[in-house]
Design a protein around this ligand. Structure first.
Ligand code: SF4
Length: 208
């Protein structure tokens, strides 16, 4: 992808103006589109919604630096996809094995809400990632990621639900609730509800 992509005027203006929140004062922020992160030969692609202003937008890596990522990476570690259990910030030592992580929209949006036009603009980047030759499985973290994947792949009539596992064309598609701090605080998502999905994905893969 273009690391300096500026197709979405509103997002460029927003992301370049993001400043550290109080608890992160003095820390440097990347404030650029966030590229994919993980294993270049990944078979599992994980898609989130968009970088968090003080998480991925700051660290430059999807899901690194905020609560949503802490849960996701810890769950990935438990099943052997990640070499580090506690991912709370940027860490050059973090390695993923078999997994690549991306976002449906690669620039941090105000209030975590991209507009339909911004989703459309960024779909070209998602489609580039989908051409990675080794990907057999896709895990959508949240309904927005799933909706964008459906648009990219032309999937119709399959509604999002937590625990969806469906073969579609050349990919198996899987869905989980988003790992956002809000969903964690309301009890909608936890390690206990994400882990079975990851185990099932591994089982499908072993059956190939
Ligand atoms: S959201 Fe995507 S398309 Fe829009 S400016 Fe960022 S990288 Fe470019």
């Amino acid at each position: 992808m273009e690391y300096n992509c500026a197709k979405c005027e509103r997002l460029v203006e927003y992301r370049t103006g993001i400043r550290p929140k109080k608890s992160l004062e003095g820390r440097s922020y990347r404030n650029l589109p966030v590229p994919d992160f993980g294993d270049p030969e990944a078979w599992l692609l994980i898609i989130g919604l968009a970088p968090g202003a003080h998480g991925a937008n700051r660290t430059g890596r999807p899901f690194q630096g905020d609560g949503a990522g802490t849960l996701l990476y810890a769950s990935l570690h438990d099943v052997g996809f990640c070499n580090t259990e506690k991912v709370t910030d940027f860490d050059p030592g973090i390695r993923l094995s078999g997994v690549l992580i991306t976002n449906a929209v690669r620039c941090a949006p105000p209030e975590n809400k991209p507009t339909p036009k911004e989703f459309n603009n960024c779909r070209t980047h998602l489609m580039e990632t989908l051409t990675s030759p080794d990907i057999s499985d896709i895990l959508c973290i949240g309904k927005d990621a799933y909706d964008q994947l459906c648009k990219a792949l032309g999937i119709k009539g399959l509604k999002f639900f937590h625990g969806l596992h469906q073969k579609f064309d050349m990919f198996r598609v899987h869905c989980s609730y988003h790992t956002s701090t809000y969903n964690q605080n309301t009890g909608r998502i936890s390690k206990a509800s994400l882990s079975p999905i990851l185990h099932k994905i591994i089982e499908f893969r072993k059956g190939d």
